[in-house]
Design a protein. Structure first.
Length: 252
């Protein structure tokens, strides 16, 4: 009887361990499925999208907004080309895409130009298809996320589709403030950062036009935001570093 009990107990332990492993595997598969097809978390490491997005923001990107491409999957396996269930983005969408020159790097910018659009910047004013996008002054903004505080002019810019959003302007005579005409080729889009004088975007050869295939998803909302000005081990400062007002903020 003793040997039977011992054997039964061993089987029970083995079965419990196997169940735990299965649970972990199932949970991992579910997490990968959600990340691939529904929502993927991203964090903001730079100030190119200030004031819309700040350094230390954590947001969810909607993966199904524009359909799926190889860049929708972890490690971007070359399973197929183009997009499946694809749909065109709208001007004004804040989107994550794989950088054309190095697809292992993800960028987040605002989509400004669609295929066939003519985009130009003159004295910091944005022109799309020959028409200036109206903007109205909205006070000043002090950038504190990257080094010393910098005060910049803030505007509300309105795109041809009626989408309005905030932009920052530090000057009007930088090279990126006066450009030639960019004619967006078929199958590509043109992206810019809201922090106009501190954004490496489609105005620069290092980024250029973005293939539609490189779209990863549309930024939807901020689920966490932290201003990490103290060392991580100072746990007593954590509650004061959280930007409570930005939690669950919808991205426009």
């Amino acid at each position: 009887m003793a040997s039977i009990k011992a054997k039964s107990k061993s089987k029970s332990k083995s079965g419990g361990l196997l169940d735990n492993v299965k649970t972990l595997v199932y949970a991992g598969l579910i997490a990968i499925g959600i990340r691939t097809f529904l929502l993927e978390p991203f964090n903001i490491p730079s100030g190119s999208m200030i004031p819309t997005l700040r350094v230390g923001d954590y947001l969810f990107v909607e993966k199904y907004s524009y359909g799926y491409s190889r860049y929708s999957f972890p490690f971007s396996p070359p399973l197929f080309s183009g997009r499946v269930f694809g749909s065109m983005p709208r001007r004004g969408d804040v989107a994550v895409f794989a950088l054309p020159s190095d697809p292992s790097i993800d960028y987040i910018k605002r989509i400004i130009g669609l295929p066939g659009d003519r985009v130009q910047v003159i004295h910091s004013r944005l022109f799309i298809n020959g028409h200036e996008c109206p903007r109205t002054a909205d006070g000043t903004y002090t950038e504190t996320d990257e080094g010393a505080p910098i005060e910049m002019r803030r505007y509300i810019e309105t795109l041809p589709d009626g989408v309005s959003h905030s932009i920052l302007q530090a000057a009007e005579n930088l090279p990126q403030d006066n450009t030639g005409v960019y004619t967006v080729p078929p199958g590509f889009f043109f992206a810019m950062g809201d922090n106009r004088d501190n954004s490496e975007d489609s105005r620069f050869p290092s980024v250029g036009y973005i293939p539609i295939e490189n779209l990863i998803g549309k930024a939807e909302f901020i689920f966490f935001s932290v201003d990490a000005q103290y060392p991580w081990w100072e746990v007593w400062e954590w509650p004061f570093e959280i930007r409570w007002g930005r939690l669950f903020h919808i991205i426009h």
